[in-house]
Design a protein around this ligand. Structure first.
Ligand SMILES: [Mg+2]
Length: 268
């Protein structure tokens, strides 16, 4: 396979470049491919389903792992959710449940982030410090007509919180409580939603045919890339670190499967 004409390489983060954002140990094969692509002068970007951190926070984790790129090239599920809301209502008042800095991505879009009614959108990311009152308020706002957005779609995920290395319930499970209480259905904004993959390519200014998606997860990275017609590369990592996402009827078969990202370098 000839990948020499590909000008934009979009990478997943967790379990592809680094173990995860709370364990930013890089994969050595990923670093070698990254360096090889840098030498080729192609554009490198990130599209991650990490929903509890802002683009800047994910950028920091990547820098710790040795992956250098411009913060403008980091696209998170949170930033995608902000774009999703903005395209529907640029003046929306948003209640955002999130442990990290996703509010920053909403504010950067010019959206009004607030804890008080009226609320147009409730957006839920993973939040290990969330209170009952926040969940109850979010539920009331959705009952009163606010749209419900789930920022990324993991039921649970591995991480470290207050020194505790564990598996934690994710945003999909928090959103499910609100769905259960209200009868409303959340829109899941994250890979594999084709709209956010297209938005990333549009902002970066590249054609689909010039772009490659690289990731460890068939149901998020590969399904999302395939859905818009990108070349997709699956790297086989430890299956126990692959987070479960719902890919519906999307095609999860990659263009290429590799055991190590070193195997991609010869095709550049
Ligand atoms: Mg991953």
């Amino acid at each position: 396979m000839d990948l020499s004409g590909k000008r934009l390489w979009v990478f997943d983060v967790d379990n592809t470049l680094i173990l995860d954002v709370e364990h930013p140990t890089p994969f050595e094969d990923a670093l070698r491919l990254w360096r090889a692509l840098e030498e080729k002068g192609v554009t490198l970007a990130i599209l991650t389903n990490v929903g509890r951190l802002s683009s800047r926070q994910v950028h920091q984790a990547l820098e710790k792992g040795g992956f250098n790129l411009s913060v403008e090239n980091v696209f998170t599920a949170g930033a995608a959710a902000a774009a999703f809301v903005y395209h529907r209502n640029p003046r929306a008042r948003c209640f955002v449940i999130c442990e990290g800095g996703v509010q920053e991505d909403f504010i950067a879009r010019g959206l009004d982030v607030t804890n008080n009614p009226p609320i147009d959108y409730v957006a839920v990311a993973a939040d290990r410090g969330m209170t009952y009152n926040e969940l109850n308020f979010a539920t009331k706002m959705v009952k009163q007509g606010a749209g419900l957005i789930c920022i990324s779609g993991s039921r649970d995920y591995p991480g470290v919180y207050l020194g505790q290395d564990d598996v934690y319930i994710g945003e999909l499970s928090i959103a499910a409580a609100i769905e259960h209480a209200t009868g409303s259905e959340a829109v899941i904004v994250g890979k594999p939603l084709p709209e956010i993959v297209l938005e990333t390519l549009k902002i970066m200014g590249f054609e689909i045919s010039d772009s490659v998606m690289v990731g460890d997860n068939p149901r998020s990275d590969i399904a999302g890339g395939n859905a818009v017609g990108m070349t997709t590369i699956l790297v086989q990592r430890d299956p126990k670190n692959i987070v479960d996402f719902d890919s519906g009827t999307l095609d999860t078969n990659p263009t290429m499967t590799v055991e190590s990202l070193d195997d991609v370098i010869k095709f550049l």
